[in-house]
Design a protein around this ligand. Structure first.
Ligand code: 13P
Length: 252
């Protein structure tokens, strides 16, 4: 059965010293030394992946990369490959974040290639998607989400889905302080699970963790996470504060 996941996307925050401090505070504050029902993940920048992964290696905290290139290697200055991530012990990668889509022009077609490469390299993918404010206002949000998932993921074989975690992140809620209501989140998450059931099977759909992202914080996490189809969160701002982040984790 699917697991709850609380993942912190640090984005372009935390230099080496700040990363060390945050990890130290998380390790000190974590009550769980082992958990079978829920996972806790942090996602530092590329340069801090290796040390952070070393610092958490005897704990329940897992480490994910924020991005990767779709090619295995080559003349792609400034990029990082799946095999490089694997070689330092990283097992999970975030793909498709709205900031990558917006600021780095990542298209659904490009993201499909990245997902394919990650799967081939046995990395787990946290795949992000979600509608813009205009899409929701024009009641086009379900169509947008369906198109994003169809283009990037629905070409995958059944067996690849045990490496996929979904993160629904409505763009209008990211970093804005505005959050989808628990009803809006549940409605979309159920829609997403039904899409997987339609394209694959209900059995497979029931195993997929669907995270919510967009201004999730200590004060609203419990309400969001109490929904049947909300299996965790992908957290930006509130993941930079150990107390906030652990309160979210402990609210499951
Ligand atoms: P905020 O939690 O800061 O809104 O960011 C969400 C996000 O983009 C996580 O990937």
């Amino acid at each position: 059965m699917r697991k709850y996941i609380i993942a912190g996307n640090w984005k372009m925050n935390n230099d080496l010293g700040a990363s060390k401090l945050l990890i130290t505070n998380l390790l000190n504050g974590l009550v769980d030394k082992k958990s079978t029902e829920k996972r806790i993940i942090v996602s530092p920048s590329f340069v801090n992946l290796y040390p952070v992964n070393e610092w958490v290696k005897d704990s329940v905290i897992e480490v994910a990369a924020q991005n990767m290139h779709f090619e295995q290697s080559g003349a792609f200055t400034g990029e990082v490959s799946a095999s490089m991530l694997k070689s330092i012990g990283i097992k999970t990668v975030i793909i498709g974040h709205s900031e990558r889509r917006t600021f780095f022009n990542e298209t659904d077609e490009l993201l499909a290639k990245k997902v394919e490469t990650a799967i081939q390299n046995e990395l787990e993918v946290i795949f992000c998607f979600g509608e813009q404010l205009a899409d929701r206002k024009s009641e086009n949000h379900f169509n947008v989400v369906e198109a994003q998932l169809s283009k990037a993921l629905f070409q995958l074989k059944n067996s690849a889905w045990n490496q996929i975690v979904l993160a629904y992140e409505p763009v209008w809620a990211i970093g804005t302080g505005e959050t989808a209501s628990p009803e809006q989140a549940q409605e979309m998450h159920l829609f997403i699970r039904n899409l997987i059931a339609k394209n694959y099977s209900q059995e497979l759909a029931n195993t997929i963790s669907i995270l919510y992202g967009g201004s999730m914080k200590a004060s609203n996490a419990k309400e969001l996470l109490s929904n049947l189809d909300v299996d965790g969160g992908l957290i930006g701002g509130a993941a930079l504060n150990s107390e906030e982040f652990l309160t979210i984790y402990n609210s499951i």
